[in-house]
Design a protein around this ligand. Sequence first.
Ligand code: NAD
Length: 266
Amino acid sequence: MGLLTNKTALIFGVANKNSIAWGITKAFHDAGARIALSYAGEALKKRVLPLAEEVGAQFVEECDVRDDAALDSVFAKFAQQHGRLDVLVHSIAFANREDLGGRFINISREGFSLALDVSAYSLIALAKRAAPLMTEGGSIMSMTYYASEKVMPDYNVMSIAKAALESITRYLAVDLGEQRIRVNAISAGPIKTLAAAGIPGFRNLLRHFDKVAPLGEQVTIEQVGQAALFLASDMSQMVTGEVLHVDAGYHTLGLTVPRSEMEKGD
Ligand code: NAD
């Protein structure tokens, strides 16, 4: 018996084998879950279909989370094919390149709306459609980043989207608590993915990370997958409204000077 035997997980956000959502998918599959996937855009299809096959996912649907009709259709198809839903994963973010990097003050109204719509509002849109299918309770989770709490170079509009996402997590946790649906977020350390490549200073950030993080290592999608498994399973049955940091302890730091520099003294 795996931790997710007899449970079905619907996962949004697998783009390729480097995606955090793929790390989560593998962990859920290994724990016995039935996997259903939704991805964005025809261009990703050729990458996602072989991955879906690897985990025996029979439900693989394209969906742009900005499109209400597309969302309705995905959830209707899911309900028809699987009936009950137990776990929903939101691993989605997008912002225009010009709103990542450069001066924060230059964020445009359109860029703000787009980033917040795709990266934050979409959690409400997914939860609203998932909740009626979670007839035996459930677990909803999304992926956030520390830039919601502290200013990180170049994250600009995405920082605001992540702050909104974390707030939405708490409000949904309260709204859905009566239905025994738990809502949490994972705040992952930096990982080299397609989305991360859009942040101009990301490579420097990554290079710096393991030199200062208390655990002294980069975070992997497999490690995020294990934390997601905890949040998806009954192991976390009284955990809701939480932002779980899976970041090698980085968020605890007040001073981010590499240990090697500190040891040199002055
Ligand atoms: P990724 O590029 O693999 O995943 C991002 C996903 O968002 C892609 O699958 C993409 O298709 C999807 N997406 C974008 N616009 C969409 C839309 N309109 N409709 C539906 N889907 C859409 O990158 P990732 O790093 O795995 O990102 C997953 C999540 O993890 C994001 O929320 C990201 O902000 C978060 N996160 C990433 C890091 C990191 O360092 N990589 C750290 C913390 C949190």
